[in-house]
Design a protein around this ligand. Structure first.
Ligand SMILES: [Zn+2]
Length: 373
């Protein structure tokens, strides 16, 4: 390099090892201290140990779920984690792609674990990880994996770093757990979407018409993503972009919005209703985020490639299993009318909170619905 002495020239080279960064290298012994000083990081002297600069580097033990990961450099990975304590956090897992890495098995996609993170200015550094749950069931079925990917993508898209939300963490963990073994994973995903949107302040309105405020009856409604809820038949006629809503889909949406996950999982859906619910929720999420989700595109591609998967949003259920579920449901809910129990083959016959009056709204202040008769 013209105009520079050999020593200065060498000094400008990128340090090859951590020791270089600290200004030490056997090959540099001949270089005078004057030349070395500029590349040496200011030495830590006792008086500096108490300074805020040093104390800012601290370790955090966080319970986290891996939302996303991408390769970085030769052997590292950048992880997007959702932590119970701090919400969304980006962290680098150094050397994790090497076979010898101790972290490797603990930072697979969707893994739930305890992670020790050294807080950095831009990126935390993952220093230790212990798995709590791997959600193995997600990896054994492509549809379940795609649904989990969708849930993780939603949390990622809707969260900003530093926005902590314990409720979202618990919801995501319960959803991944449910997706592993639910008979109908689509139901778990729809429940997750409705709850997540509620926690984020986008709770869709299923009880009063979003245009005129009338209490909704089950028939003839439409879903208006822009207005954030359901339109009554009269208002639906004046909203050409609203999606017509079948009676069954309307009932299921209200049911999922106000019941616990365990209760919601008892519902059995017909394929047409399942597809309708997916269309409506995707339209609503797309409207709020103003973009398509990669997981939705992937799901559509998957269905085009394997037409069988189009109807495999729920695993094949045996007749025996179906009847078991029917009886469980009947005994679990004393309020269920016999007609509801017998029509369990049509899943859309799930009982609304008050089977005698299916149009009566569910009490929104009781999201679990457990106190309902
Ligand atoms: Zn109306």
């Amino acid at each position: 390099m013209p105009g520079l002495s050999t020593a200065q020239d060498r000094r400008l080279q990128w340090p090859a090892s951590p020791l270089h960064a600290w200004g030490w290298d056997p090959g540099y012994n001949h270089v005078s201290h004057q030349v070395l000083r500029p590349i040496a990081i200011t030495p830590v002297v006792p008086s500096r140990l108490d300074s805020p600069v040093v104390s800012r580097v601290r370790l955090q033990r966080n319970e986290a779920i891996v939302l996303k990961r991408r390769d970085f450099g030769e052997a590292d990975r950048i992880l997007t984690l959702y932590t119970r304590e701090r919400g969304k956090v980006s962290a680098i897992a150094k050397g994790v792609r090497r076979i010898t890495s101790r972290l490797g098995g603990h930072v697979e996609l969707f893994t739930h674990g305890q992670m020790l993170l050294a807080q950095g200015r831009n990126l935390d550094v993952l220093t230790q990880a212990d798995t709590i749950q791997t959600f193995r069931g997600l990896r054994e079925d492509l549809i379940r994996t795609t649904y989990a990917y969708h849930a993780a993508e939603l949390v990622d898209r809707f969260s900003e770093e530093g926005m902590a939300a314990e409720a979202i963490f618990d919801l995501l963990r319960d959803c991944l757990d449910g997706l592993c073994d639910a008979e109908d994973p689509a139901l778990v995903l729809r429940f997750f979407e409705l709850r997540l949107l509620g926690l984020l302040g986008y709770r869709p309105q299923f009880f009063q018409c979003v245009a005129c405020g009338e209490t909704l009856e089950p028939a003839g409604n439409a879903f208006d993503a822009e207005a954030g809820g359901v339109l009554c038949p009269g208002c639906a006629q004046r909203a050409p972009t609203a999606i017509p809503l079948s009676e069954s889909a309307f009932r299921v949406l209200r049911f999922l919005q106000t019941r616990s996950l365990a209760t919601a999982r008892q519902v059995a859906l017909q394929q047409a209703t399942r597809a309708e619910l997916e269309r409506i929720m995707h339209a609503y999420v797309r409207h709020i985020l103003e973009r398509d989700l990669r997981s939705v595109e992937f799901l559509e591609r998957l269905r085009r490639m394997t037409p069988a998967a189009a109807h495999a949003s729920t695993p094949t259920r045996t007749a025996a299993q179906t009847s078991t579920r029917t009886s469980t449901r009947t005994s679990a809910s004393s309020s269920q009318t016999s007609s509801a129990a017998t029509s369990a083959s049509s899943l859309d016959s799930i009982s609304d909170p008050t089977p005698t009056d299916p149009t009566e709204p569910i009490d929104p202040t009781d999201p679990t619905g457990e106190t309902n008769p």
